[in-house]
Design a binder for this molecule. Structure first.
Ligand SMILES: [Zn+2]
Length: 386
């Protein structure tokens, strides 16, 4: 078959097995600078199937880095356009695309995946994808860039540290603080928080945001507008967008660094696909400093108590708490211990209401409660101890 001729040069690499690539399905989260590069690399190399996911649309400012997009694509869904281009690059590769948030995909999409490549630009989504990969026992490679720096982490579930293992060190400080402030908030609190950052907000607008469940600076930055607003128009949408651009100046990024980081991700993906026959992929964190051409490997240990990857992650975590307190107080405690901005508490399949006192809601000592959050794929079990 002539199809092998396409891969002639890589077939000359000792240990290379094209069949292993043909039979691999790679999941790529994010079709930005890194995601486009990784997808292009794997398509050219002849991966069997790619699943591309991105909810975003092509913008002019993407075109300096995201090689699969052209001027005429502005306004179109990134995942769809990227899929079209990848099929042109290598028609032998099967490409599926989803113009959606990774959290909205059917579970079936993840089931056939052999390797997960995380090319995302925010901590919340990366943390969630890490928990999916560990839960479903799929190897994960996570990569990110910031200016002339890049980083890559290879996660082999239950064997190497996952992203959550060191989350309290690695979560960007500002997000951690924001995730931990789930106090009984009033619109005035949001006004004050923004004022501290030099941003003016009227109380009226803050009240309107509260009605949309946007209560913290964190919510303002990351709330899914498609979920809180019925249509992406109107004054409130524009106001949120404007606040967002003030709060989140875009991260500086350059194509050459994205290419290197994507090259590192792809190389280790190929190693994992070859089941170490091309050498073992490194574990821990790889940090790339472009201006000094320096690659540094940082050892990261597994946390035996990690809520995502510990051996007995299903075992409930003892959580000291007074049953005469309300569910809201418990949520605040949970938010600050685990760094969840949005915990929901379930007791025997029943969602507990904020104002309920735990004892009155039927919760007793040693009962197990389940905490769900948009940060993790599976709920965390806690055992209430007093
Ligand atoms: Zn872990």
């Amino acid at each position: 078959m002539s199809s092998l001729e396409r891969y002639d040069r890589q077939l000359r690499i000792e240990g290379w097995e094209q069949d292993l690539l043909y039979s691999t399905t790679a999941f790529i989260a994010g079709a930005g600078a890194i995601g486009c590069e990784v997808a292009k690399n794997l398509a050219m190399m002849g991966i069997g199937r790619l699943i591309l996911v991105d909810y975003d649309y092509v913008e002019l400012s993407n075109l300096s880095r995201q090689l699969l997009f052209r001027d005429a694509d502005i306004g179109r869904g990134k995942a769809e356009v990227a899929a079209e281009r990848l099929r042109e690059i290598n028609p032998q590769v099967k490409v599926d695309h989803h113009n959606s948030d990774i959290r909205d995909l059917e579970e079936d999409v993840y089931r056939d995946v052999d390797i997960v490549l995380s090319c995302l630009d925010n901590w919340g989504s990366r943390r969630w994808l890490n928990s999916v990969a560990v839960s479903l026992n799929k190897p994960l490679i996570d990569g990110g860039i910031n200016g002339f720096y890049g980083n890559v982490q290879v996660v082999i579930p239950k064997r190497t540290a996952c992203l959550e293992c060191q989350s309290m060190q690695l979560i960007p400080r500002e997000e951690k603080l924001a995730e931990c402030t789930l106090k009984r908030r009033r619109p005035e609190d949001l006004v004050n928080d923004l004022r501290e950052q030099g941003i003016d907000l009227s109380v009226e607008l803050a009240e309107e945001l509260f009605r949309l469940n946007i209560k913290t600076v964190y919510d303002l930055k990351y709330a899914r507008l498609d979920l809180v607003l019925s249509h992406k128009e109107g004054e409130i949408f524009r106001a949120i967008e404007e606040l967002r651009s003030k709060l989140m100046p875009k991260i500086p990024a350059i194509q050459s660094v994205a290419s290197v980081v994507a090259g590192i991700i792809t190389t280790h993906a190929i190693q994992l696909i070859h089941k170490d026959r091309l050498g073992k992929s490194p574990t821990g964190l790889i940090v790339y400093d472009a201006l000094n051409s320096r690659l540094t490997r940082v050892k990261i240990s597994r946390d035996p108590a990690c809520i995502v990857c510990s051996e007995n992650e299903a075992a409930p975590i003892n959580f000291p708490f007074d049953l005469r307190q309300t569910v809201l107080r418990l949520k605040e405690a949970v938010a600050s211990v685990f760094g969840f901005p949005d915990p929901e508490i379930l007791h025997a399949d029943r969602r507990l209401n904020d104002d309920d006192v735990l004892y009155d809601a039927g919760v007793r000592e040693n009962d197990i409660l389940y905490v769900s959050t948009k940060r993790l794929y599976e709920p965390v079990a806690i055992r209430i101890v007093t």
